[in-house]
Design a protein around this ligand. Structure first.
Ligand code: GDP
Ligand code: IMO
Ligand code: MG
Length: 426
């Protein structure tokens, strides 16, 4: 039975949640497989706008079981605040399942994130300060506390107490204020009670669902170029958003995956620091930010804008085995005279054959652009291929020719219905 992975192909905020919401209509389970509440996933249904951080974007459909997979790092206060907000808006979260193997984020992780960013000074990564990197570091150092540890309450209290006390010795040596250990233990004990009905062996749950003929959607957060291995290190997040991470972070095997949809905006944005070859500044940049509402869902930061980069997209095709691409936010370019697309890189007078394996090199490349004429008409009402103006179709064509991968969905507005689903052979 089909397992679809949805993965960002740029630096995040490509409109993954909207596409997941669209595809979720035909799936029984939607599973987050990595990241945490650093993600900000927006779904717009009619007049309602939902900004999700941890709860999978399929939650809005009553037929979908939303699952937080083992690869996610879970901040319990954020999870319950999000559940409360959704339930107050009439969206039931009772079906939500959280993997016993998922690691938990604690207040010391957020402190460590802030300390490590301030120590970096001008070289700061610009993290979301949610404690994501420190929580994954503890996982890899084998000192993390997992959601399943809450099942034995006395042991959980002891673990939290020990970890908080250890972290306090580090904070003391740095002259930082100390955590109130007893308060942390009590609060997390309360969260453990609330988590209990959601806890599940999600690995076996998903395999059983597959065996029973269900179809599963694996929801990536962040994106290919924020990947800890394949991104612009060190300006990356601390997990593997790339499609391979979907197996590790859900417990499904590589041969279970049947479709990998890469989400690409018709331009590019990036939040936080790091190289960005097609980055724009000045009036054009302000225009994209304004028309595209390019401000972070989680931190409210202005996103850095730039043109679509097909060198990066071709690399994303490689590392994710993309079967198809969803090209989103095409409508944001409605009023541009010229739309530029980066089709190659040059470095020191020579053409680079492929995306470079060094962020320092990426910071120095010159982009080779192909200029396309704009369409000067609103795309928002387009619902089928033939509704799209020729100039817009030329852009889609260029993406397909350059990547060798079909564009199956075109985003023409923020709402669920604002898209053109194309007949393609994957
Ligand atoms: P994600 O993190 O990849 O899920 O993306 P975000 O939700 O952070 O940012 C994407 C933003 O673009 C959201 O505000 C969406 O509502 C909006 N959006 C998604 N697709 C489209 C589209 O095709 N056109 C327009 N105009 N907005 C879109
Ligand atoms: P979604 O899922 C855009 C960026 C941060 C920072 C870097 C590391 O909505 O696309 P972290 O807090 O993860 O240690 O920060 O990664 N970042 C994102 N940028 N969209 C996101 O998520 C992001 N999640 C993290 O801005 O540069
Ligand atoms: Mg986002």
């Amino acid at each position: 039975m089909p397992v679809t992975v949805v993965v960002g192909t740029q630096w995040g905020d490509e409109g993954k949640a909207k596409v997941i919401d669209l595809l979720a209509a035909d799936h029984s389970h939607v599973v987050r497989y990595q990241g945490g509440h650093n993600a900000g996933h927006t779904v717009v249904v009619g007049s309602q706008r939902y900004a999700l951080q941890l709860v999978p974007s399929g939650v809005l459909y009553p037929h979908v079981t939303p699952v937080i997979g083992n690869g996610v790092v879970v901040d319990l206060p954020t999870l319950f605040a999000e559940i409360d907000t959704l339930q107050s808006r009439g969206v039931s979260c009772e079906r939500l399942r959280v993997s016993t193997l998922a690691h938990l984020i604690f207040p010391w992780h957020q402190r460590q994130d802030a300390i490590s960013e301030s120590l970096r000074g001008d070289a700061r990564i610009g993290t979301t300060l949610k404690g994501i990197g420190p929580a994954y570091a503890d996982k890899v150092r084998r000192i993390g506390v997992r959601a399943g540890d809450t099942r034995d309450r006395e042991r959980f209290r002891t673990l939290v107490k020990e970890r908080a006390t250890q972290e306090n010795t580090v904070f003391a040596s740095l002259g930082e204020p100390l955590l109130d250990v007893d308060d942390v233990v009590e609060r997390y004990d309360g969260f453990a009670t609330r988590l209990a009905p959601h806890l599940a062996d999600t690995v076996n749950l998903l395999h059983d669902a597959l065996a029973n003929g269900s179809s599963i959607l694996l929801e990536g957060a962040q994106a290919t170029f924020l990947d800890i291995d394949h991104g612009t290190y060190p300006f990356v997040t601390s997990s593997n958003p790339t499609a391979g991470g979907a197996c590790a972070g859900s417990g499904l095997g590589p041969r279970d995956i049947t479709r990998v949809v890469g989400i690409a905006k018709a331009y590019t944005t990036r939040v936080g620091s790091g190289p960005f070859p097609t980055e724009l500044h000045g009036e054009l940049a302000d225009r994209i930010v304004e028309v595209g509402h390019e401000f972070g869902t989680v931190t409210g930061r202005r996103r850095r804008p730039g043109w679509l980069d097909l060198v990066m997209l071709r690399h994303a095709v490689r590392v994710n085995s993309l079967t198809d691409i969803a090209l989103t936010k095409l409508d944001v370019l409605d009023d541009f005279d010229t739309i530029r697309v980066c089709v190659g890189y040059r470095l020191d007078g020579r053409t680079l054959d492929a995306y470079p394996d060094d962020a320092e090199v990426l910071a120095r490349v010159e982009c080779v652009y192909e200029d396309l004429a704009g369409w000067h008409q609103p795309l928002r009402a387009c619902r089928k291929e033939s509704d799209l103006p020729t100039e817009a179709r030329k852009l889609i064509d260029l993406v397909e020719r350059s990547t060798g991968v079909p564009v199956s969905v075109v985003g023409v507005g923020p709402e669920r219905e604002d898209c053109v689903v194309r007949e393609v052979t994957r």
